[in-house]
Every structure is written in structure tokens, then in C-alpha cells.
Design a protein around this ligand. Structure first.
Ligand SMILES: N=CN[C@@H](CCC(=O)O)C(=O)O
Ligand SMILES: [Mn+2]
Ligand SMILES: [Mn+2]
Length: 322
């Protein structure tokens, strides 16, 4: 079910009502109702929430990620506006999963993402469990057409390549995508050895996934990751980024279904996000698996909002035209 944006979410501290240098996102955000016609935009991005954790439930995880779109948008509202002149940021509302209808919600999310891309807007999808990534992919594929080579970059502790004979979950998306779409390849950054069984590592080989382990990334240098990202992007016509918050160390991101004791440092993840979204082939981003009900002092939500803002600040599509 689609829910148009709620202006009431975009509130916060006001340092000035006239000095634009003192503005925060809540003073700049525009509302976009996707159920109405709207004009294509220039240098615009749109947040679209996916209030769903049905995939997490089916994957035996800890539910609560459906609360993230509201919580992350509220945290974003308070952040200062540092975007270049001419950039417009929209709240395009939320797709909400009702009555455990995961597949239908993913289709609805896909329609919303496709619509944004077709109107030249950069979608920033705020999940939801990581099942968000499948709806996100559906929209990207619809907007690109069937022939484009799509690279999916996943920053995650987990492969999410589980079999889906009993239906899709938050752990099956990339197997679903790779089974149905031979124009997709998959590169995962931040994999935890202890977050995936030997069977899942074998599946990653079978599906010819590229991956970098968290400890490889942490040992650095980060240029090695940048080089892999560049090579991956070069092989594709477009790239989408999906970010599973449990890739981050549990100390910084306790509010997730499956915390990672040895997860990535937030600053390392930030560097990866900056690098990926500043690539001209990156067209769309999602951020998933934030569970506000398990958070400690709001730090996972605050980090998620900061990552969304980093994506906005570094998105190639939003930079001034030269
Ligand atoms: N999206 C998360 N997927 C992980 C969850 C692991 C866990 O709950 O321990 C997975 O299925 O492997
Ligand atoms: Mn994960
Ligand atoms: Mn995941």
C-alpha cells in the first residue's frame, strides 16, 4: 500500500527562518505524492520508504525494521543542509507492507522506484528489512529495460543467497535476482566469515559472486576496494547500491536484526558509500535493516540518516553540471 508523504515528519530545530546557510533538511524538503502526476526533475533525489519487515519475520529474524522509514526520516530532518545550489530533495512517501503480503509490497516498491528513475530522480530507498533490495531491483530493472547490464553492489555481512523454495525472505533476494536475470552480476562488500555458512560461501562461488570479506576491507588499503568497485562498474551499464546496516560493527549499529561483532567501522562504510555513489554509473541506493526497536540511544538510526545524507552529498547525479 502506498502512503503519500507526511509533512508532520519533517520538523526540527530552526536556527533561522531567513538565513539559508542555517537551514536543515526539514526546511528544504519537498513532498512528492507518487499517486499524482508530476514533472521530471533536474538534479533531484527522492526518499522512498519501505515499511516492511515481513522478509525478516520469514527469515527468523528480529522484526522492527518496518519502523525505520519514519525514524530515519525524522533523524534526516534534523541534519544541516549542505547540498549544492539547485539540488532538490523530495520525500516521496512510503510503501507499506500489509497482511504479510511481501511479494505485493516489493512489486509496489518497484513501481515507485521505476517512476522516480523515469522522472530523472535519484531514489534513496529507506527500508525495511533487506527484502527491500528485491523491490528496489525490480524498479531499477523496469527503468533500465531488459538489456542493460546491471551491477548490484551490496555492502553487507551476509550474502543473502538463500534458497527460496518456501518463498522469498530477507535472506534470498540476490539468489532470486541472479536466477531470473542473466544481465545482473553481484558484488558484496563486508562479508563476515561467521555470518554465513560454508554452504552459502559455496553458493556464492556457484553464482560467481564477487566479494570482499570485512577483515580484508578493514586491513586495507581501501584503494584495493576502490579498484574492485571500479572494475565492477566498468563491466556494467548501471550500478545500484544496496546497504545492509548489519555490515557495520555492532558497537556502532546495535539496532539491527543480526548484529556483527566485527562489522565494518562506520568511517570505512562511509568511504565506500561516497566512492560508489560518486561513480557516474550509480543510479539508485537503498539502506536497509535498521531496527529502531532494538536501537541503543538512537545511534543506529542516527548513523543510517548520516549515511543517507552522505549518499545525497556525493551522488554524481546531483553535482553541478560543468
Ligand atoms: N538479511 C539478513 N540475512 C541474514 C540474516 C542472518 C541472521 O539472522 O543470523 C541471512 O539470511 O543470512
Ligand atoms: Mn546483512
Ligand atoms: Mn542483507
Amino acid at each position: 500500500m502506498y502512503q503519500p508523504p507526511d509533512a508532520g515528519r519533517w520538523t526540527g530545530r530552526i536556527d533561522s527562518v531567513s538565513d539559508e546557510r542555517a537551514f536543515r533538511l526539514h526546511q528544504r524538503i519537498r513532498l512528492l505524492d507518487l499517486s499524482q502526476p508530476f514533472a521530471p526533475a533536474e538534479r533531484a533525489a527522492a526518499f522512498i520508504g519501505f515499511a516492511c519487515d515481513e522478509g525478516v519475520r520469514r527469515n527468523q529474524g528480529r522484526q522492527g525494521a518496518k519502523e525505520a522509514p519514519a525514524a530515519v526520516k525524522a533523524a534526516l530532518a534534523r541534519l544541516p543542509w549542505h547540498l549544492p545550489e539547485g539540488v532538490v530533495v523530495y520525500d516521496a512517501g512510503d510503501v507499506v507492507c500489509v497482511d504479510e503480503r511481501l511479494e505485493q509490497s516489493q512489486t509496489e516498491l518497484g513501481k515507485a522506484v521505476a517512476r522516480l528513475l523515469q522522472h530523472n530522480m535519484a531514489p534513496i530507498v529507506i527500508g525495511g528489512g533487506h527484502e527491500t533490495a528485491y523491490g528496489h531491483y525490480l524498479g531499477v530493472r523496469e527503468a533500465l529495460g531488459t538489456d542493460a547490464r546491471l551491477g548490484i553492489l551490496n555492502i553487507d555481512a551476509h550474502f543473502d543467497l538463500r534458497p527460496y523454495d518456501d518463498g522469498p525472505t530477507s535472506g534470498t533476494m540476490f539468489r532470486q535476482i541472479l536466477d531470473q536475470d542473466d544481465q545482473v552480476s553481484y558484488f558484496c562488500l563486508g562479508i563476515q566469515r561467521l555470518g554465513n555458512t560454508a554452504a552459502l560461501f559455496a553458493d556464492a562461488e556457484t553464482y560467481r559472486c564477487r566479494y570482499m570479506l570485512e577483515d580484508e576491507l578493514t586491513a586495507g588499503p581501501i584503494e584495493a576496494a576502490y579498484e574492485q568497485i571500479e572494475k565492477f562498474a566498468a563491466d556494467h551499464d548501471a550500478v545500484m547500491l544496496t546497504f545492509c546496516m548489519d555490515a557495520i560493527s555492532a558497537a556502532a549499529a546495535p539496532g539491527v536484526s543480526a548484529p556483527s561483532p566485527f562489522g565494518l567501522a562506520p568511517s570505512l562504510a562511509r568511504a565506500l558509500i561516497r566512492r560508489i555513489v560518486s561513480h557516474p554509473k550509480t543510479i539508485s541506493v537503498d539502506l536497509c535493516e535498521v531496527n529502531p526497536l532494538l536501537d541503543e540511544g538512537g545511534k543506529t538510526v542516527a548513523l543510517a540518516a548520516a549515511f543517507c545524507m552522505e549518499a545525497l552529498l556525493h551522488f554524481q547525479r546531483l553535482q553541478p553540471r560543468r
